[in-house]
Design a protein around this ligand. Structure first.
Ligand SMILES: Nc1ncnc2c1ncn2[C@@H]1O[C@H](COP(=O)(O)OP(=O)(O)O)[C@@H](O)[C@H]1O
Ligand SMILES: [Mg+2]
Length: 191
């Protein structure tokens, strides 16, 4: 259970999944419990590689950022696993924002399917950027849209967006977005 939304509401992380096997959930739990030991002497790329060696998943890694390693589940969905404390918060935050934001902005967020301790399953988006200028304009418009609907889109950039089948821009990494000023991310940064 992760206290979020300023304590008003708690999101339950049951760690049950319709897409992951019990064995896969156990592997994630084991990785999350060991993840802390690598934080101070390895780069995020090294930690991501240690994570995938530890997890031994049959899925292909399709990307990683500073905080999460991302697998393609080969069924139209992707699995993000935390490799840092911010990664844990980002997963919790994406689940919270997707499930609690206004409908006017929800369609611009890549849909979250399932969420548990340290992991999140999200729809797979096309991350190839075709016409850069056009996409930058879309990005700026999207930023204004989030601000208008009460979300501060921290870290919104081309690396963190993808495209739906209909070529609509959706945000794939909204782990640092915040819906209130006392967000879990800000709380963690000023702790
Ligand atoms: N929904 C998605 N569909 C396709 N690729 C994704 C998706 N989410 C993440 N990725 C890939 O994984 C990379 C890292 O994911 P991201 O959520 O940005 O993690 P981090 O929080 O570590 O930056 C992305 O840059 C992208 O290449
Ligand atoms: Mg990212």
């Amino acid at each position: 259970m992760w206290p979020i939304n300023n304590g008003k509401e708690r999101i339950h992380q049951s760690n049950k999944s319709k897409m992951l096997s019990q064995q896969e959930i156990k592997a994630i739990e084991s990785w999350i419990s060991r993840m802390w030991t690598y934080q101070f002497y390895k780069t995020s790329r090294q930690i991501a590689s240690t994570a995938s060696k530890t997890l031994k998943f049959k899925y292909k890694v399709i990307g990683n950022g500073l905080n999460r390693v991302v697998y393609d589940l080969n069924n139209g969905y992707i699995l993000k696993i935390a490799i840092s404390e911010v990664g844990l918060i980002s997963n919790a935050n994406e689940s919270f924002i997707y499930n609690n934001c206004k409908k006017e902005v929800k369609k611009y967020l890549c849909p979250v399917k399932e969420y548990g301790t340290g992991w999140i399953i999200m729809k797979k988006a096309d991350t190839k950027v075709s016409n850069l200028i056009k996409e930058c304009t879309k990005l700026i418009k999207l930023e204004l849209k989030f601000l208008r609907y009460g979300i501060i889109p921290i870290d919104l950039r081309l690396d963190n967006v993808g495209f739906t089948e209909n070529n609509e821009m959706v945000v794939i990494d909204y782990g640092l977005f915040t819906m209130n000023l006392i967000s879990p991310v800000l709380r963690w940064l000023v702790r």
